[in-house]
Design a protein around this ligand. Structure first.
Ligand code: NAD
Length: 353
């Protein structure tokens, strides 16, 4: 955070990161490195084939499996998984899947102190952040603690080949949102600026190529690497209006994480970038001078699923309430976050204008 005296602090988190096609096959070795003898493997159905293969490779080191992580880490699901941790006497957790699987592993680590190994299959970035969001009785709370960061991360681009085009597009835009907000964050540093600029360049360059050729491993590799950098931006800087709106809307109406981020981002960029000259200049370097909000809007609107808050089922009459709640918790932002202006932004996102 940049203090009044102009001093800023950059904090990083220790993790060992493996990247590259086939990296997932190193997971048993990495588990051994952690001293794990009884691994609990968390995965979703989407990663079933890879999870079955990993289970076979873990062989005698596999203590049990849990296959029902859910979005926004419901405490009831964590309680159920905790029973599996106890029944299997697990001494490490491996999460194979998107942000939901990684979030559940973090929730288990928060309760047990078990070491975690994350094998992400989307671009959400949670695997490198000290943040855990959990939901109970419809309320989402977030905690931040360096002990939540998985000690080992394995990025295998082959695991992203199964992402359908819709998830590829929206999850990549979710990653872009981390980079964009890092550029206008009050606690941005030279390091976060470099990470965010390279992340944005990688995403905006690789995403169209991946959407045109979803099975192209080179494009998938570049996109995953850019998403890793974006995740580091999320870990290292305070997120602003975009993430606050996504949190408020997602928590209140139970909306799909990546689609919500994707449709909001161009609206928040159009709102903020005119007041954030450094972020605007860095993003224009990436877009070759084109308006970054317009470039992002073109990508977001081509999604084959919901592209407006209306299509996601958000009641129009509740927008004002969300705007007021977000404006009532002021945070340092390039453009003042006033309820009227935020309500207009949300109205635009509702209509898709
Ligand atoms: P997700 O993990 O919920 O996955 C979305 C859907 O895509 C699921 O149905 C999943 O099974 C499927 N899927 C995942 N990978 C796939 C693949 N390779 N091929 C085909 N299908 C696949 O969604 P997400 O966007 O990755 O993560 C969202 C969750 O992560 C939310 O709960 C969010 O709050 C959390 N999150 C946390 C942080 C953090 O720093 N704490 C950061 C980002 C996201």
């Amino acid at each position: 955070m940049t203090a009044d005296d102009g001093v800023s602090v950059h904090e990083t988190y220790p993790s060992r990161v493996l990247t590259g096609p086939g990296a997932r096959h190193r997971v048993p070795e990495e588990a051994e490195r952690l001293g794990a003898r009884r691994v609990l493997l968390i995965s979703t159905n989407s990663a079933k084939t890879a999870a079955d293969d990993l289970a076979a490779r873990l062989a005698g080191r596999l203590a049990g499996r849990f296959g029902r992580p859910a979005a926004h880490t419901p405490v009831a699901v964590t309680d159920e998984a905790m029973r599996t941790v106890r029944d299997t006497r697990a001494d490490a957790v491996v999460a194979l899947g998107g942000g939901s699987a990684v979030g559940l592993a973090k929730a288990l680590a928060a309760r047990t102190g078990l070491p975690q190994l994350a094998v992400p299959t989307t671009y959400a970035g949670s695997e490198v952040t000290p943040v855990l969001g959990e939901t109970e009785n419809g309320v989402k709370t977030t905690r931040r603690d360096r002990s939540l960061v998985p000690g080992t991360v394995v990025y295998d681009p082959e695991l992203t080949l199964t992402m359908p085009p819709g998830l590829t597009r929206t999850s990549a835009l979710n990653a872009l949102a981390h980079a964009v907000e890092a550029l206008w964050a009050p606690d941005a540093t030279a390091v976060s600026d470099a990470l965010a600029t390279e992340a944005a360049a990688g995403i905006l360059d690789a995403l169209p190529a991946v959407l045109a050729r979803p099975a192209g491993l080179a494009g998938r590799t570049r996109l995953q690497e850019a998403a890793w950098l974006a995740g580091l931006c999320l870990a290292g800087t305070s997120m602003g209006l975009h993430h606050r709106l996504a949190h408020a809307l997602g928590g209140t109406f139970g909306l799909p994480h990546a689609e919500l981020h994707a449709l909001l981002l161009p609206h928040v960029m159009a709102f903020t970038l005119p007041s954030a000259p450094k972020a605007d200049a860095r993003l224009r370097r990436v877009t070759g001078g084109a308006d970054p909000a317009a470039v992002t809007a073109r990508i977001a609107r081509a999604h084959d699923g919901p592209t407006t808050l209306a299509a996601l089922g958000v009641p129009r009459e509740r927008l004002r309430d969300v705007a007021e709640r977000v404006a009532a918790r002021p945070h340092p932002a390039p453009r003042p976050v006033e309820a009227d202006a935020v309500a207009r932004l949300l109205e635009g996102a509702w209509l898709g204008s």
